[in-house]
Design a binder for this molecule. Sequence first.
Ligand SMILES: NC(=O)c1ccc[n+]([C@@H]2O[C@H](COP(=O)([O-])OP(=O)(O)OC[C@H]3O[C@@H](n4cnc5c(N)ncnc54)[C@H](O)[C@@H]3O)[C@@H](O)[C@H]2O)c1
Length: 353
Amino acid sequence: MTELHLWLRHEVRTTERRTPVVPADARRLTESGVRLTVEESPQRIFPLEEYEAAGCHRAPTGSWVTAPPDTVILGLKELPYDPPALTHRHIFFGHAYKQQPGAADLLRRFAAGSGALLDLEYLVDDQGRRLAAFGFWAGYLGAALAVLQHRGRLGAPLRPTSKQELDAGLEPADGDEEFTALVVGALGRSGRGASAAFGAAGVAATGWDLAETRDLDRRALLGHDVMVNAVLATTPVPPFLRETDLDDPARRLRTLCDVTCDVGSPLNVLPVYDRTTDWTDPVRRLRKEPPLDLIAIDNLPSLLPRESSTDFSAALLPQLLDFAGTGPWQRCLDRFHQAGRELGIEEGEFRHD
Ligand SMILES: NC(=O)c1ccc[n+]([C@@H]2O[C@H](COP(=O)([O-])OP(=O)(O)OC[C@H]3O[C@@H](n4cnc5c(N)ncnc54)[C@H](O)[C@@H]3O)[C@@H](O)[C@H]2O)c1
């Protein structure tokens, strides 16, 4: 069997400091016989020297385009626009199977080069459960930012930080008023992260999941000072909040953080805003009197690049060590081919099957 050659690429987005494989796990891979090439990257949270010490080979930024054909290119987020034809197998979050903007173009680039997308969002076990995800830290950050905003301590622009620094800011200070918090989707990865961050802030948050929202009590929801939405909606449900609820005179809710960020989707449970917020302007005021502030940032885990990379890498490692296996990666490939068929791309156009 030929040895697996993985190629960890530089991320094109300048704010993206995360990596899918951290140096300690890189060592596990090289010690297991995997050849691992790592591109130079000015913003990656782990220095290249740590990868080299773990037995990895150094390569220039963006040089994956000329990597040997059987190399598997590993990254997290979007590829650069060049080259137009993708010839390799690529592991990353393609965001290409739900008719997202640019999705069809990306799949056509793979078809043009006979490459393949092994999408990390579709790396699942035989029960369909995601094997590697960033949800916990998304929820942790979402609740942490909500706490800081509610206590009047959220600065802008946001910048990547460490858990230690973040937690120091979450400790209650003299004069901080007590408040109540609600996490919806509390049993999920993001929901557990949100509850943990509230705990670090000295707040015992109420947790709701499917059972508690089946017969939704909006009055009870509006009775909390802070709410974090962390659901993963798969079928449309009645919205948790509507415009009229924001004008309810009984509303206590002052700070709303939407980790889910399904804005614009038919599955959106918070159709009370029309665009996400970002690191530069993390908060938008939805109502003046009484105030209601929204935080809806769609790249939260990037704010804790070290911790979120370390957890993600630990979950991905066993899958990379079993890359030749027929389970999860084959399902990824099948899903890719299905997406191609849905776009009318012929199966024969794909070399990697
Ligand atoms: N903002 C970001 O940066 C960011 C990052 C990662 C994930 N996310 C998003 O966060 C969401 C949650 O991701 P996750 O990994 O925690 O998912 P998950 O599957 O681990 O958890 C989702 C939870 O939501 C619950 N749920 C679903 N529908 C519900 C409903 N109607 N009422 C109450 N609970 C409901 C589920 O039972 C589950 O416990 C996803 O939409 C994901 O895309 C956002």
